[in-house]
Write a protein that binds this ligand. Structure first.
Ligand code: PSU
Ligand code: MN
Length: 299
């Protein structure tokens, strides 16, 4: 069962703008405390300042929320269980105490309650060495199947970006650069890979989403580069990622433990700058998402 928060329900029924949020990014799996709480605060405030309502998604005591009530949000921050789209039904039926949604589950929830726009930091994608592991995030298929506009700063930093773009093309997901012709690389504004489409304002993004809907097609990926002042050094990031991935291979660590490992390493080596960068891009994505949601609501 999905419970829609009071404020979100009112906004949806009166045709006002809503932006859905995933919760893995705000949990212990995404950002270290207290940066996780700060990130949730920054994103929620950015969305409100634009005139939209934030809808934090999560699972609490088996209840799937679209709009976690504020008094329960601390439990989401403390969560350490990742709930992807495949896990939603069991999380609910087994009454999972605290589950953090990923992009894939959040997009399923948003679509089923009629929320058009979703914001996150970075989506999952095709992993490097996919030919050995077969690891392709369920985020990609979820975006391809659900009528939600997903706003992100690209994909997680250590993925195979060219293959991620190929996969999105295969799935007919338009990747749209926000004021850019290039796919951003999370901590870095430009990966050097071109995107097939570009929009320069919220109205154009809203129109694109609505025409996808009219065609009976599903999700769109709007990619927003990290703000200029918050960008990290591409060479340094690459080096840390290479070292982390080699260490993971040596220790035979794979699957869900990869992301927290790489993020912790990046935080250590950049002396916390990677965390500040993550906050800055998440806030900016929330802001752009809210701007587009307001335009969609106005059309
Ligand atoms: N990007 C990050 N850190 C994360 C995630 C994305 O920089 O923790 C989370 C998001 O919730 C995304 C999920 O939906 O990882 C994808 O996980 P997987 O690769 O297991 O599908
Ligand atoms: Mn995976």
């Amino acid at each position: 069962m999905i419970v829609v928060g009071d404020e979100v329900r009112t906004a949806l029924s009166t045709g006002n703008a809503v932006v859905a949020l995933e919760s893995t990014i705000f949990s212990t799996l995404g950002l270290p405390s207290p940066a996780n709480a700060e990130a949730l605060q920054l994103c929620s405030t950015a969305i409100r300042n634009m005139g939209a309502v934030p809808a934090l998604t999560a699972v609490l005591d088996g209840v799937i929320y679209a709009g976690v009530p504020e008094e329960l949000q601390d439990r989401v921050l403390a969560s350490s269980v990742k709930v992807a789209a495949r896990d939603l039904a069991t999380a609910s039926s087994r009454r999972l105490p605290e589950g953090a949604t990923t992009v894939s589950s959040a997009v399923v929830i948003a679509d089923s309650v009629g929320i058009d726009v979703f914001a996150t930091g970075g989506i999952g994608g095709v992993h490097r060495e996919v030919e050995l592991t077969g690891d392709i995030s369920a985020d990609l298929d979820a975006i391809a199947r659900h009528q939600v506009l997903v706003v992100s700063a690209g994909a997680k930093a250590f993925l195979d970006l060219p293959r991620t773009l190929e996969y999105l093309e295969t799935q007919s997901v338009p990747v749209v650069g926000w004021q850019t012709d290039y796919f951003p690389a999370f901590y870095v504004r430009n990966s050097g890979l071109e995107v097939p489409h570009r929009v320069d304002d919220a109205r154009s993004a809203a129109r694109l989403h609505l025409s996808r809907k009219n065609l009976g097609q599903a999700g769109t990926l709007l990619v927003v580069p990290i703000p200029l002042g918050a960008e990290l050094d591409a060479a340094e990031i690459d080096e840390v990622i290479e070292i982390s991935l080699a260490e993971l291979r040596e220790q035979q660590i794979s699957g869900p433990r990869v992301t927290p490992y790489v993020l912790a390493k990046l935080e250590e080596i950049t002396a916390g700058e990677s965390v500040s960068a993550n906050l800055a891009l998440a806030e900016q994505n929330a802001l752009v998402a809210a701007e587009v949601a307001v335009e969609i609501a106005a059309q």
